[in-house]
Design a protein around this ligand. Structure first.
Ligand code: GLN
Length: 512
C-alpha cells in the first residue's frame, strides 16, 4: 500500500520544474562518471609506475582506451534500440563497468587489459542509453529539454571533479587497488540509483524492452535478448587486443568512419524526407563535435604539460589543473539551464546550430587566451596562472554551448526508434576527437627554428609574442611549442565558429 502511494507521488511530481526521473538519472550518471574519471586519473601513473610501461607505450594505451570507450556506444545504442531496451542496457553496462573497475584491483598486465576491455564494452551499453533516457523523460517539443540535459551534464561533471581527488588519494595513501576498488564502488552506487528509480516508478513505462517478440526470438537455443549478456563478455578479448596493438589505431579510425558512413547511408535511403534532412543535420553536428573534441581534449594532455612546465602555478599542481574545467561546469551548469528556459520563455533561445557556432568560437577564444599568455612570460618562460584560469573559463562556457546541447539535439533529430544509436554516433565524435587530439598534442613537441617566417608564423608571433626565429633558450622553445599550437588551433576554431554561425540559417532548415 505504502509503495503504491509512493509510486504515484513520485511519478506525478516534478522537481525543480523537471521530471523527477531526471534526478535519479543525474545521480546514476554522477556515480558512473565518478568511477570512469576516478579510474582515468590513476591510469597513466599506474601504467608507468606499477606496470612499468614505457611512457610511449602508456600514452598509446591511454589514447586507445579513451577513444575506444566512445566507439562502443554505437553498438550499445543500436542493441538497446532494437533488442533489449534502455533499462536492461544500462543495468548490463553498469554491471560490466563495475566488474572492470574491481578487476583492475588485481595488479597484473593480464587483468589490466581485460579490465579496460570490459569497461569499454560496459560504457558502450551504459553511456548512450542513460543519455537517451534523459530525452525520453520529455515529451516531443518540450522546451525544458536543453535545460534538462544541462542539469544532467552537471551530474557528469560533479562525478568527474570529485572522483580524481578521492581515488588518487586512496591509491597514493593505501595502494592502487583501493583507488580502483573505490571506482568500482562508485559504479555500484550509480547502478543502485538507477535501480531505485525503476523501483519507485519515476520512469513510468519508459525504456522497457522495445519488442518482446524480438527479445524472445531464439538463436542457438537461447533468447536473443539474453544472448546479448553472453556476447558482451565474448567480445571483451577483441577490445583487449585492440588496446595491446594500439599502434594500428589509425586503421580502426578508418574502419569506424566507413562503418558509420555505410550505416547512415542505408538508414538515409530508408527514411522519410524530413528524417533525411534531420539526418544531414546530425552528420553536420557530429563533424563539428569531432573538431571540438580534437581541440578540447588537449586539456588532459598538452595543456596539462604546458601547465606543469610553462605556467607559474600557485597553490595547485599541474595534475590538479584538470579539475578547473569540471569546477567551472559545476558553477555554470545550473545558471545555464536557467538561461535556456528563460530565453525560451522570451522566445529568443538561439537554435542548436547557432549554439554550436558559439561553442566552437568560445573554445577557440579559450585556446587563444592560452596562446596570448606567451606575451607575459617571465625569464624562466613561465606564464601567469590567470591566463590558464580565464582560458579554461571561456572554453568551459563553450563546452556548455555545445556538448549538452548536442546530446539534447540528437534525440530530436533521430529517425524514429533509433535514438540511442544516433546518440552513439554523437559519442563517436569523441572517438574521432581523441584520435586527432593525440596528433595535435604531438605538434607541441615539434618545434624548430626557422629563418624565414611564413604568414602563419607572423600571425602566431602577433598573438603569442614569441617568434620561432631564434629562441632565448630551451624553455622558450618549449613554451613556443605550446602557445603556437594553442593559438593556431584557437584561431582555427574561432573561424569555424564564425562560419558555423553564418551558415546556421541553412542548418536550421534541416532541423525542422
Ligand atoms: N565530459 C563529458 C562526459 O564525460 C563529455 C563526453 C563527451 O561527449 N565526449 O560525459
Amino acid at each position: 500500500m505504502e509503495t503504491t502511494i509512493l509510486v504515484e507521488k513520485e511519478t506525478s511530481n516534478t522537481y525543480l520544474g523537471h521530471p523527477k526521473g531526471l534526478f535519479y538519472l543525474f545521480f546514476a550518471e554522477l556515480w558512473e562518471r565518478f568511477s570512469f574519471y576516478g579510474m582515468k586519473a590513476l591510469l597513466m601513473l599506474y601504467m608507468t609506475q606499477k606496470l612499468i610501461f614505457s611512457d610511449h607505450n602508456a600514452f598509446g594505451v591511454f589514447a586507445a582506451y579513451m577513444s575506444l570507450v566512445y566507439v562502443t556506444p554505437l553498438f550499445g545504442g543500436m542493441i538497446a534500440d532494437k533488442i533489449i531496451g534502455y533499462r536492461k542496457a544500462i543495468m548490463l553496462g553498469g554491471v560490466l563497468m563495475a566488474i572492470g573497475h574491481f578487476l583492475l584491483s588485481f595488479e597484473t598486465p593480464i587483468f589490466f587489459y581485460a579490465s579496460l576491455a570490459i569497461i569499454i564494452v560496459g560504457n558502450g551499453f551504459f553511456k548512450p542509453n542513460i543519455s537517451s533516457f534523459v530525452g525520453l523523460l520529455y515529451p516531443v517539443g518540450d522546451k525544458r529539454r536543453d535545460s534538462g540535459f544541462t542539469i544532467f551534464y552537471l551530474g557528469v561533471n560533479v562525478g568527474g571533479a570529485i572522483a580524481p581527488l578521492i581515488c588518487s588519494w586512496l591509491a597514493i595513501s593505501y595502494g592502487w587497488h583501493y583507488g580502483f576498488a573505490m571506482a568500482g564502488i562508485g559504479m555500484l552506487f550509480g547502478l543502485f540509483m538507477f535501480y531505485r528509480g525503476m523501483k519507485v516508478g519515476v520512469f513510468g513505462e519508459k525504456g522497457k524492452i522495445p519488442k518482446k517478440e524480438v527479445y524472445n526470438q531464439k538463436r542457438f537455443g537461447i533468447k536473443q535478448g539474453k544472448l546479448i549478456n553472453i556476447l558482451s563478455f565474448l567480445v571483451v578479448p577483441i577490445f583487449a587486443v585492440l588496446i595491446v596493438f594500439h599502434q594500428y589505431e589509425h586503421y580502426l579510425v578508418g574502419i569506424v568512419f566507413l562503418l558509420i558512413a555505410t550505416i547512415l547511408f542505408f538508414i538515409y535511403r530508408k527514411v522519410s524526407k524530413e528524417e533525411k534532412r534531420r539526418l544531414l543535420a546530425v552528420v553536420y553536428f557530429v563533424l563539428l563535435g569531432s573538431l571540438f573534441w580534437a581541440i578540447f581534449e588537449q586539456a588532459g594532455s598538452s595543456v596539462t604539460l604546458f601547465a606543469s612546465r610553462n605556467v607559474n602555478l600557485i597553490g595547485i599542481n599541474a595534475a590538479q589543473t584538470n579539475s578547473i574545467n569540471s569546477g567551472f561546469i559545476m558553477l555554470l551548469a545550473i545558471p545555464f539551464s536557467w538561461l535556456w528556459t528563460y530565453l525560451d520563455r522570451k522566445k529568443i533561445n538561439p537554435n542548436a546550430a547557432v549554439k554550436f557556432g558559439i561553442g566552437m568560437f568560445l573554445l577557440g577564444l579559450g585556446f587563444l587566451i592560452f596562446g596570448i599568455s606567451g606575451h607575459f612570460s617571465d625569464a624562466f618562460a613561465r606564464t601567469p596562472m590567470i591566463f590558464l584560469f580565464i582560458g579554461y573559463f571561456v572554453l568551459t562556457v563553450g563546452e556548455l554551448f555545445l556538448s549538452p546541447i548536442g546530446l539534447s539535439k540528437m534525440e530530436a533529430l533521430s529517425p524514429a526508434k533509433m535514438v540511442a544509436f544516433i546518440i552513439g554516433i554523437w559519442y563517436s565524435a569523441s572517438f574521432f576527437g581523441h584520435f586527432f587530439a593525440g596528433k595535435i598534442a604531438q605538434l607541441t613537441t615539434k618545434v624548430e627554428t626557422s629563418s624565414e617566417s611564413s604568414w602563419l608564423d607572423s600571425i602566431v608571433h602577433f598573438f603569442t609574442g614569441i617568434s620561432n626565429e631564434n629562441f632565448l633558450n630551451e624553455n622558450f622553445q618549449q613554451l613556443y611549442g605550446y602557445v603556437s599550437t594553442f593559438a593556431s588551433f584557437g584561431l582555427l576554431s574561432i573561424v569555424i565558429g564564425i562560419v558555423a554561425i553564418l551558415i546556421s540559417p541553412w542548418i536550421k532548415k534541416l532541423m525542422v
